[in-house]
Design a binder for this molecule. Structure first.
Ligand SMILES: [Mg+2]
Length: 367
């Protein structure tokens, strides 16, 4: 089999997230009114097509150029089944342009698409190629945006709880917002806290002490910069709150550094950012050695989410999948991949499990 064509497809789907436009906020310095995704479509001479997803959001213009103008020309004619050697070769040839960021994002989307093709060629879902699934459905956690206003936080936590989510993640950074969330959730719902790198070590330790009464299941990326592994290790030991990080790490080497520093209890590889299925397999194996739990970052709804689901079902003993708590005008997989009572059913189609809906792509495709 030969790779004949690699295309990027950008979709922009309007969404709401239970808050005003101001509250849905500016992430990465840009207001979001649409959920933007960059898909990679890989075609072969045997008529099999694979889909991947490249991170995403504000950085799409950069990742798109890298896929279209750098990565795609290097892969045309290659055997899409020789995934490990192709991905290693690409990492090696491109390493001077970046060992993370858009270069690795681009490779991540390609890798997913190649595994999608491998599954379709074998006539099996991806989990089967990874040793088989351990479950038919996966616990999902509702990943809420930052609302700031405690009343709005409480309303959205109640909304997620009423939809059946038993695990809810906040992106709040104040004690009143977290207190409101705990009160709305009740004592039995697990609440995780992702603060996106706001604090110094001293500030993080002080805040952890104030947040501990609300029983956070984990504290995610508490310090700036995210590579400050030594501070993460101190926070774990001093506060007793489990620390989570890893969505900003790429390739197995950076995950090894993170785990070897004893910086984390939960590692959060992001399929569309860190290298795709090939690197994820290695992270799962390494996490087992370090006794670290893997809960992937999957703040997307395309092939990146399906990859998180397929790999978690096969490789995790206690799978938990991040579900972006957006009310989207349309969904790439329609109702096939939507949580019911806080659980995501594993799609059983070949490869990643299902293909994006062509009608949705046609309607929301960005030029
Ligand atoms: Mg995060």
């Amino acid at each position: 089999m030969k790779t004949t064509k690699i295309e990027t497809v950008e979709v922009r789907i309007p969404y709401t997230a239970g808050g005003s436009a101001a509250e849905t906020g500016a992430w990465g310095g840009k207001e979001w009114s649409t959920a933007d995704a960059l898909l990679v479509k890989v075609s072969t001479d045997q008529g099999i097509t694979g889909w991947g997803e490249v991170f995403g959001y504000n950085v799409i213009p950069a990742t798109r150029v890298i896929v279209d103008e750098i990565v795609a020309p290097m892969c045309i004619g290659a055997d899409p089944g020789e995934i490990e050697s192709l991905m290693t070769d690409l990492q090696h040839k491109l390493h001077i342009f970046g060992r993370g960021g858009p270069i690795i994002y681009a490779l991540s989307g390609l890798d997913m698409a190649l595994w999608d093709i491998a599954g379709k060629k074998a006539g099996q879902p991806l989990h089967h190629l990874l040793g088989g699934k351990r479950c038919d459905e996966l616990d999902a956690y509702a990943s809420l945006i930052r609302y700031t206003d405690p009343d709005v936080v409480a309303a959205n936590v109640a909304r997620a709880r009423d939809l059946g989510f038993r695990h809810i993640k906040l992106h709040e950074i104040t004690v009143p917002a977290v207190a409101a969330a705990r009160e709305a959730a009740g004592p039995d719902v697990s609440i995780m806290l992702d603060v996106n790198c706001p604090w110094t070590l001293d500030e993080a330790v002080a805040m952890s002490k104030q947040l501990r009464p609300y029983n956070p299941a984990w504290l995610e990326e508490p310090v700036w910069p995210p590579e400050d592994h030594a501070s993460l290790a101190i926070i774990r030991k001093r506060t007793g709150i489990p620390v989570a990080a890893g969505e900003n790490a790429a390739t197995i080497e950076q995950f090894r550094t993170l785990m070897a520093a004893e910086a984390i209890d939960i590692v959060q590889p992001s399929p569309a950012k860190m290298g795709g299925v090939s690197e994820l397999r290695k992270v799962f194996a390494l996490a087992k050695e370090f006794d670290v739990r893997v809960v992937q970052h999957s703040f997307y709804e395309g092939p990146g989410l399906l990859t998180a689901m397929q790999t978690s079902a096969a490789l995790s003993l206690d799978p938990l999948v991040e579900w972006r708590f957006f009310d989207c005008e349309a969904r790439l997989y329609g109702s096939n991949v939507v949580p019911v009572d806080g659980k995501l059913r594993l799609p059983e189609g070949q490869g990643l499990g299902c293909d994006p809906d062509p009608g949705v792509i046609e309607r929301y495709r960005s030029a």
